[in-house]
Design a binder for this molecule. Structure first.
Ligand code: ZN
Ligand code: ZN
Length: 390
């Protein structure tokens, strides 16, 4: 019997042509109309029951095995980013200012390939597969909306799986880790309020620019002095806005940025110190501060039992892989909102080929990956799903 990898390799042209088509026609979150149309068309062609328009542009399909059994949810994200592509690839974006710079074009093509592979094996499956093509992963709430619209109900999945191609590692590398693997993420907006005035008469003003500089610097003490060196956290200020003129002290400076962590206790510590530092530092310079913190995603935490079975599938299907068993990233993923409810595993497949320059980082204008990862990803996802429906 051919392996899932051999079957996925025999479908390579199908997968590659879909991936390149999605890459040429990237769509931002909740605007994946063309992409979702192709997904629905391909799934319908297999005779699956397809629901389009879930969470605006999401697509969900059920694939029934020959016998009853558990339900495995497989999630693939479809959205692109507001990035102007600079790859010069023959299949480069034809949609100015929008680019598949994270690899979700590959994920969508992999998902459709998985549908074909599992459909061909449906006589061997006991249970059903819920194929979920999710919109708007890139920080605008696609997974949350899918959950709100009932993607985890009727039927409720027993297990959920998702993957990411990973350009920090070469093709052949695998990151399959039990426990926390992607960070919890919050975004913050801080307003430092002073009193504006003439730049040459600072004694008559309360300068929020100076206070902001101190706040930014002091915030860096949270990770270096408050969090244990053996635990992970990030506090990054990414945006500083205040003032227009060289001779006017502005009344207000606005800071934005993000906080990342894995452990709930670390997260609470960082958020508490963040609040204390912002308010007390602003106050020390005569200013007042307003802090707004918004939870983006919880941490992605892989279930140990589910992960063990994905590892078994990987050992069988991709025995030549180089496994990094303690891989983690401070990146975040809205798949966390499905995995908080359903035990799951989120795994990574190396997709870089540095010799061909295919190793720019995710979200970079020259991001592109080695398409040899696509059949490997489809084979592993199919084999992992089948592992739960034996
Ligand atoms: Zn991304
Ligand atoms: Zn991504």
């Amino acid at each position: 019997m051919p392996s899932y990898l051999e079957e996925a390799q025999s479908l390579f042209e199908y997968t590659q042509s879909l991936r390149r088509d999605f890459h040429r026609h990237p769509e931002l979150g909740f605007q994946e109309v063309r992409t979702a149309g192709i997904v629905a068309r391909e799934l319908s062609a297999l005779g699956l029951e397809v629901h389009a328009g879930v969470a605006k542009t999401g697509v969900v399909a059920m694939l029934e095995g020959a016998r009853p059994g558990p339900v495995a949810l497989l999630r693939f994200d479809m959205d692109a980013l507001p990035v102007t592509e600079q790859t010069g690839a023959e299949y480069a974006s034809q949609n100015p200012g929008v680019m598949h710079a994270c690899g979700h074009d590959g994920h969508t093509a992999v998902g459709l390939t998985v549908a074909r592979l599992l459909h061909a094996h449906r006589q061997e499956l006991a249970g059903s597969v819920k194929l979920v093509f999710q919109p708007a992963e890139e920080g605008i709430g696609g997974a949350d909306l899918m959950v709100a619209e009932g993607v985890l109900l009727d039927p409720r999945p027993d297990v959920c799986l998702a993957l990411h191609v990973w350009n920090d590692r070469p093709v052949g590398w695998l990151g399959i880790v039990s426990g926390p693997v992607m960070a919890a993420s919050e975004i913050f907006t801080v307003r430092i309020l002073g009193r504006g005035g003439h730049a040459a008469l600072p004694q008559a003003s309360i300068d929020p620019v100076l206070a902001s500089a101190q706040v930014i610097t002091a915030l860096q003490s949270i990770v270096s002095r408050s969090v244990s060196p053996l635990q992970a956290a990030v506090v990054t200020v990414t945006s500083v806005h205040g003032g227009e003129a060289f001779n006017v002290i502005p009344p207000l400076v606005e800071l934005k940025g993000t906080i990342r962590s894995f452990e709930p206790a670390v997260r609470e510590l960082v958020l508490r110190r963040f609040d204390e530092i912002v308010h007390s530092t602003a106050q020390a310079f005569g200013c007042r501060a307003e802090v707004e913190c918004l939870v983006m995603t919880a941490a992605v935490v892989n279930d140990p039992q589910v992960t063990a079975r994905v590892l078994q599938a990987a050992a069988r299907e991709l025995p030549d892989s180089k496994l990094e068993p303690d891989f983690k990233t401070m990146g975040s993923e809205d798949m966390a909102s499905m995995m908080q409810n359903i035990p799951g595993c989120y795994f990574f497949l190396g997709s870089a080929d540095p010799a061909r320059g295919l190793n720019a980082s995710h979200h970079h204008p020259r991001f592109d990956f080695d398409e040899q990862v696509l059949p490997r990803a489809a084979a592993l996802m199919s084999a992992a799903a089948a592992e739960f429906l034996k």
